[in-house]
Write a protein that binds this ligand. Structure first.
Ligand code: ATP
Ligand code: MG
Length: 457
């Protein structure tokens, strides 16, 4: 597949100069196009996205400065280097003010060109997306994924094996199990680790924008396309693209995704030519894609392409022994180990259902650290839904037997009365407190003959 070191446009009205630069830059491994004047350069800029434009300053009609102004409007992410005649520092300064990356004075040596071009392309690539940079500051590896249970050990060895390969990976796991963490770990252990890891949540982006996010667009391709923009496939070239919540991808885009996975080619929205990229796809889902295929909401051929390697992350409730370790990890993260959980509290955390998995555990740990003043976080500090398990554990079934229906009714009645007392008899408020609908509250009050005593509604 084609490796794009950098896409450069050389603009000069002097043929020999164009040729020298073209030959030299091609020999350096760049993709090079040429334009013989400013007008042709502007046309080219409308059709393709360049990482860098090297332009002569003095050209008939459209000067280098004019071209620079146009480029900044059409494709602001493109770097521009201006070649000026010896001694014309003033216009060089003006070019810099207008946003040129650098200027080179004639006559120049090829080493000068080499350095300026290398720096311009590197800087331009870095600037592409600050969020990508942030993601790369702390590359997660296996050490960041906590878990000693057998199922996590198996997961670690699958991650390591998966990282060696170049095949597409589908990560399957409930919400909050660590799908993104695993995707990042696969990338940072893979030979692509020095290139971008780019993540996109297919569910978070409106259908109409997803295509241009993924594949880029040309200025004017649709209302709101104010300038040319590269898509994430280009940004992730030679790296990894993480497609989160892939089950939410609209059918119309699934065909385009299939095409880029199969052949590495795609087209920007409003673009005229096909582009080639080398991107590894990792996708993730908390839905059952097979079900979506049955419902004709997901293409089966795409499913097979995405699911060459599959990684299943077990839910937290199936690896409860990892909970104390995870808690210790989060205590260190959020309190620098200044606080700890009591043994009893940890036991309760281990027994809880954790529908939101590790994310829920992380959030609760953080909240407890913030809310609890004492050094030891105990059972009473835990949210009711977790500590209520302990109340249930304390119940005793009397040897002589009991009437559970009656007990439940009495308990229900007691809570109804308490809620009404708290809300001064306002039923709507009481219903809210008990997480009941108004109708259901009214029904229960009637059942227990409580409603006659209540005056306010
Ligand atoms: N095994 C783990 N060790 C340490 N932290 C974890 C682990 N699993 C998940 N986390 C943490 O839990 C949070 C949720 O993880 P992540 O975003 O990777 O989950 P997800 O499966 O992508 O969730 P969602 O389905 O909600 O997108 C993150 O803050 C992550 O760091
Ligand atoms: Mg996620």
């Amino acid at each position: 597949m084609k490796k794009i070191k950098g896409n450069i446009l050389v603009v000069d009205d002097e043929k020999s100069m164009r040729e020298i630069l073209e030959i030299f830059l091609k020999s350096e491994g760049y993709t090079v196009s040429v334009a013989e004047n400013g007008e042709k350069a502007i046309e080219a800029v409308k059709k393709d996205i360049f990482d860098l434009i090297i332009t002569d300053m003095k050209m008939p009609k459209v000067s280098g400065l004019e071209l620079l102004k146009n480029v900044k409007q059409i494709t602001p992410c493109t770097a521009v280097v201006i070649i000026t005649a010896f001694g014309t520092t003033e216009s060089a300064v003006e070019a810099m003010k207008l946003g040129a990356y650098d200027y080179i004075q004639k006559p120049f040596q090829m080493v000068d060109i080499r350095l300026v071009v290398k720096n311009a392309i590197e800087k331009q690539k870095l600037q592409k997306d600050v969020s990508i940079l942030k993601q790369q500051l702390k590359p997660p590896s296996l050490e960041n994924i906590i878990g000693k249970s057998q199922s996590m050990q198996t997961l670690f060895s699958i991650i390591s094996k998966t990282a060696e390969s170049n095949a597409s990976v589908l990560i399957i796991g409930e919400s909050g199990t660590g799908k993104e963490l695993v995707a990042k770990a696969i990338h940072s252990l893979s030979p692509r680790k020095d290139n971008h890891f780019v993540a996109i949540n297919c569910a978070a982006i409106p259908e109409g924008l997803l295509e241009s996010e993924l594949f880029g667009h040309m200025k004017g391709a649709f209302t709101g396309a104010a300038s040319n923009k590269q898509g994430l496939f280009e940004v992730a070239n030679e790296g990894t693209l993480f497609l989160d919540e892939i089950g939410e991808m609209p059918m119309s885009l699934q065909a385009k995704l299939l095409r880029v996975i199969e052949g590495g080619t795609f087209r920007r929205v409003g673009g005229v030519s096909d582009l080639n990229v080398d991107v590894r796809i990792i996708s993730a889902t908390n839905k059952n894609l097979q079900d979506l295929i049955e419902l004709q909401k997901f293409r089966e051929d795409l499913y097979f392409r995405l699911n060459v390697l599959s990684v299943k992350i077990p839910p937290l409730r199936e690896r409860r022994d990892d909970i104390p370790l995870l808690v210790a990890h989060f205590l260190e993260k959020f309190s620098g180990n200044k606080k700890r959980f009591s043994k009893e509290a940890i036991e309760l955390l281990k027994n809880y259902q954790w529908k939101g998995n590790v994310r829920e555990l992380e959030n609760i740990t953080e909240r407890m650290i913030l809310l609890c003043d004492s050094e030891v976080i105990d059972v009473e500090h835990l949210p009711d839904e977790i500590s209520s398990v302990s109340k249930a554990e304390k119940v005793v079934v009397p040897a002589g037997g009991m009437d559970i229906e009656m007990l439940m009714e009495n308990t229900e009645k007691a809570y109804l009365l308490k809620a009404l007392e708290k809300t001064n008899g306002v039923k709507t408020e009481a219903a809210k407190l008990l997480n009941l609908t108004f109708r259901s509250l009214r029904h229960k009050l009637k059942k227990y003959g409580i409603d006659k005593k209540i005056i306010t509604d």
